[in-house]
Design a protein around this ligand. Structure first.
Ligand code: ADP
Ligand code: MG
Length: 255
């Protein structure tokens, strides 16, 4: 059975989408079956995988609001499968409020797909509101990208508190898969953030660190994961290394 992972951090611009897209592509390259569910109305994961937002016949909005079957909404790309998002999803948070089991709408949509994939990734919007709550209820694990910057740890306590609450009620099976340091530059401040995160979270912090790399910023405008855009780029090496570490952890976990 596949594992469902949510890429969460209520801060925008920390590397959630970049990590979801590139780890998904790296895992698929390693022979895994991966589905990326774009659950951010900004739809950056959708476009980053070369899917035209307007060309997607069915979006994640329809999955959670209309109960449209996810299996019929899956789009195949050369990099991984995608459930596309578009701006309509921005209204879903409000529309869900009036619905029964509003926290479980995404879970109900994704659950039937579990058997067909090794990994289902959910790319979350930059908030902790109802959309992200749906992702936390659908997920087995959370992957938290942390940007190497001043006060990186500050917003995390709120996020960890939310995860704790969800684990204590709506989704008792929820776990943290790992903390991923992103946009690292070799300087004193960044090194300090790296040590703080490692000190706080111990083995939950990945050994692999994603460096700041211009190719990671360019690849989405070409609709490709970085390893298909520039295989030799540091960003490609970093995400391929992350995929190896991720798989190693997952093998240990399932023993
Ligand atoms: P989030 O999904 O958390 O909002 P993104 O993954 O979209 O964050 O990243 C924010 C911006 O930074 C995007 O333009 C992305 O291309 C760029 N970016 C992400 N990671 C890196 C990196 N390691 N090096 C350089 N640019 C990056
Ligand atoms: Mg994003």
């Amino acid at each position: 059975m596949g594992r469902i992972l949510a890429f969460v951090n209520q801060k925008g611009g920390v590397g959630k989408t970049t990590s979801a897209v590139n780890l998904a592509a790296a895992l698929q390259k390693a022979g895994k079956r991966v589905l990326l569910c774009d659950f951010d109305p900004q739809a950056n994961a959708t476009s980053g995988l070369g899917v035209e937002k307007s060309a997607a016949a069915h979006s994640t909005y329809e999955l959670v609001i209309d109960g449209f079957p996810a299996a019929d909404a899956v789009i195949h790309t050369p990099y991984c499968d995608v459930l596309a998002s578009n701006v309509a999803l921005s209204g879903a948070g409000v529309e869900l409020v009036g619905m029964d089991a509003r926290e479980y709408a995404l879970k109900h949509a994704l659950e039937p797909l579990r058997a067909q994939y090794d990994y289902i990734f959910i790319d979350c919007p930059p908030s902790l509101e109802l959309l992200t709550l749906n992702a936390l209820c659908a997920a087995d694990q959370v992957l938290i990208p942390v940007q190497c910057e001043y006060l990186a740890l500050e917003g995390l306590s709120k996020l960890l508190n939310t995860i704790r609450k969800v684990k204590g009620g709506l989704n008792p099976g929820l776990d943290i898969e790992g903390f991923l340091l992103t946009m690292y530059m070799r300087n004193r401040l960044n090194n300090q953030v790296v040590s703080e995160v490692r000190e706080h979270f111990g083995p939950l912090a990945y050994d692999t660190i994603i460096q700041r790399n211009i190719r990671l910023g360019e690849a989405p405008s070409h609709g490709k994961p970085v390893m298909l855009y520039d295989a030799g780029a540091v960003g490609s090496e970093n995400y391929l290394a992350l995929a190896r570490e991720f798989l190693k952890r997952n093998r240990k976990r399932s023993k």
